[in-house]
Design a protein around this ligand. Sequence first.
Ligand code: APR
Length: 247
Amino acid sequence: MDNEKVKEAAELIRKAKYAVAFTGAGISVESGIPPFRGRDGLWEKYDPIFLEIEYFKKKPLASWMKIKEVFYDMLQDAKPNLAHQVIAKMCERGFVESVITQNIDSLHQEAGSRYVYELHGTHKQLVCTECQSEYHINFADFDFLPPTCFVCKGILKPDIVFFNEPIPQFAKSRSFAEAEKSDVFIIVGTNAEVYPANEIPVAAKNSGAIIIEVNIKESHFTNSITDIFLQGKATEVFGRIGELLYL
Ligand code: APR
């Protein structure tokens, strides 16, 4: 980790008028949640077809069995790590205004971040595919799959964005607005492969924001929009940033 660059980044965050964080699976790897791509990525192990919306409609049980194995069993014990915690402290102290995340693990909220825009939804909520009733996952009995609606017996779906589903309008419009308003935009742990999420940091760049990127290796952003690339694990980099900002 290049300490001089981390110091420069911390100073930019401290002086920022409107800093925004944008996170991907990489920020949660040190909470025990594997990324999607790369050596230990979930898509190296599982065929993502089970998260494709037409597949889910045709084979809800097969899809739910994989969803439970890949997400719910894995996420139930995950806790925020130092990177989530430092970002939450930066939000609390006013250094960072909001967090835009591609993650569905709700670890930013658990760490204490208040304004979190979940581009790909959340595993914490289920929605009925028939009557649109919404349930906290506490209501779901995962011993009987697929979970069904208490109101109409319709099949419940995790309130996450499946492949070939649109991003929720609220999260999408607010995220672009936050990016365009930012003067410092902090990208953490994303490969930048997934559209339209990967358009949001570009919108920040085009609006004049300075782009700080934290990743263990280069992403599709690094040699295109990134101004300061902090190569290292999210917890190491944010641990240092937290010290420099006296959080
Ligand atoms: N610290 C920082 N970055 C890390 C760490 C770490 N400890 N570990 C991995 N990374 C980086 C990887 O180098 C990679 O660039 O995190 C990134 C993870 O990339 P992906 O697994 O592709 O995750 P993400 O970019 O969030 O994927 C976007 O794809 O499958 C869909 O909906 C899913 O939201 C997800 C979207």
